[in-house]
Design a protein around this ligand. Sequence first.
Ligand SMILES: O=C(O)c1cc(=O)[nH]c(=O)n1[C@@H]1O[C@H](COP(=O)(O)O)[C@@H](O)[C@H]1O
Length: 308
Amino acid sequence: MINELVAQIEKKDAPIVVGLDPMLSYVPEYIQKKAFSEYGETLKGVAEAIWEYNKGIIDATYDLIPAVKPQIAMYEQFGIEGLIAFHKTCAYAKEKGLVIIGDIKRGDIGSTSTAYAVGHLGKVQVGSKEYAGFDEDFVTVNPYLGTDGVKPFVDVCKQYNKGIFVLVKTSNPSSGEFQDQLINGRPLYELVAEKVVEWGEACMGDTYSNVGCVVGATYPEMGKILRKLMPKTYILVPGYGAQGGKAEDLVHYFNPDGLGAIVNSSRGIIAAYKQDKYASFGETGYADASRQAVKDMIADINGARANR
Ligand SMILES: O=C(O)c1cc(=O)[nH]c(=O)n1[C@@H]1O[C@H](COP(=O)(O)O)[C@@H](O)[C@H]1O
């Protein structure tokens, strides 16, 4: 699957991913009204509103971008109806040719990780038939439980040609509390990075591994070191935009081949129409505002990539 992601990034010349992290407060009034008039002010109504909103953003941006990253928590908060919207969003984006990075941040004891991996990346056997649950292309994985919590994901990736992004250094303010702890003089995130390389060797694509990692845009010095420690690992980079990460901070997340990193923006794209810069699009132009924000982000990131 990493080969497909790299091919899409190259074809569209866009090392970016749009995070589909819908909050009801981002959904324009007219979409909410329509959904509520049909389904009432219910969880089903919210899920319908979110789905319509996502569809508008996908329709307006799919030709420019290689991938989307729906964050499952934003859907789970609305219960089963939210999960249906998550599933519909993934299926629709896939129909539009996009790579789906399911941001699920899972990881557990081996048997439970297997169930997560099968449900999100693989297929379940029911009688003589096989069914895909959520059918994403990549998922994010939390490595806190160690190798036996990650290996089931790698096994399912090998079986179904899928991929994962393992958390190495996260973008949030408290990420150093555990991740920066020194063990025999080395920060924990470097030890995790070495494991990511080891797990990835079993699951290589042509140039990069199907086992990628996550390194936040908000820690550029660490990103520079981690890039060198994991030359064949694709880095998913959240934290650009709303969390303060800037394109110039990301220069060293790319390899000399201009590949190796894919930068996420969620709120900065999907709620672009709420920013002063894109306010002229108005509520009804929310999807066009997202399209313009995607174009601006691509130019910004490609500028940094050219400077590496
Ligand atoms: O795995 C992630 O995507 C992730 C890891 C991380 O370290 N930091 C981080 O922000 N994320 C996710 O990336 C997205 C960032 O959203 P924005 O800050 O709105 O662009 C959210 O879906 C987060 O859950």
